[in-house]
Design a binder for this molecule. Sequence first.
Ligand code: SF4
Length: 435
Amino acid sequence: MDAIKLRHPYAPQSGEGQVYLPSSLPAALSAMDKDVLHFIDMNIEDYHPEGDELAIHATGLPDIPKLHNLVSEYSSKAEIILGGIVLENMDSKDVRALFPGVKVSGHDFPVPDATHASLIPFYEGISDENMKKYLENEFSLYVSNGCIYSCAHCGALRTQIDPLTGKSTFVKESYRDHSIVERDLSYLIERAQKLGLTSLNFYMSNLDVFQTPFVLRGFILSLARIKAKYPNFNLDIRGLTNVNTFLKFPDDELRQFVGLGLTVLGFGVDAGNERMQVAIRKKHTGGLRKTREAIERCLDFGVQPELLTIYGHPEDDNESIQSMLQFMTEMVETYQVTPRPHVYRVIPGNDEWGRNPSLAEAIVHDPSLAQAFDFTAEANSFTHPKLVDEINAAFRETCELSTGGSTQLLRAIHPSMSAVERHKVYEWNMGKYDK
Ligand code: SF4
């Protein structure tokens, strides 16, 4: 089987694209016990088909245009299987219309469960030259997946509440077997050492790092064993969390986690005032006052805080947008937090997706329009029926608050744009990769 990592939507036409070792594609293939003969990262090399079976993973809607082109090119030459939560959360009829004759995870076969799968066989298939490139950059480490909360805007694997009946389908955070994560990470450290590296920089896959503290403790113990085994090797760990779960995590264990490499924590703030917290079901974070407390706690422990926020929810008004902008500005100026602003999108899996079937129809009709659903792109009248100027002004201002590590502002295409206008958007976005 050939396994493909798609070229980044904003990579230049030729040369190196985004260098990033993902965890979702290798985890899914390892869970399916697929023998990957050839892993091709189209950011690094061209694809010359070798097998008659091809697996491709989509990370988000902006991957759809390239995915659509690739499937159209190879569907008559190879059996293709596709995966990725964005496809899994789409309606089967839309998936079939976009990718006829192709097998898609969650529609034609169960979503692979990688809880007990090691990624080492997959890593072993990566050449030293490419592995060095990956390990010199931040990579994703699959530790857990799933979130118990049900924020309306979120398209991740989370608790769902049916907007019509109010019925909940609960999801709990589910960890990978710690011993397997420990083995995988030890393998990556030894591989890095052979390649002359003395540190690794990874992003934990957890949607909310401190959500299940009694299981997180097992992961921290794994890190402690790894540190004892490789005392001169450094880990730099970045994670995403909720304000409240972080604040409840005991001091002594947080200190141990920081000592083992936790260096950056991102907090999803997302709602500019109390009305918005209720509207998007984000009350569990404790609001802006608690966020300030979490930032101060981070700084006390030597951890760099990042604030992830979203402008342009359907329920936003100018007051909530301004309140969020003011808060972000104050946090950057007072505490030097890293601002990570985003612009709301209707995406598969969030509350609005099912209520707006015309968006899926538009993408099926013209797959290139999927680019417009990028969270770090400005709003336009296709993606936002109101407050476009207000959303973009706040988004731009927040992007400009910091020069290092913040969101790189992208532009979105619009169905009414000509080919020349779309090309200008592509040129603006080129090389701007979000972390
Ligand atoms: S807390 Fe984060 S991951 Fe969980 S539902 Fe809300 S936005 Fe999604």
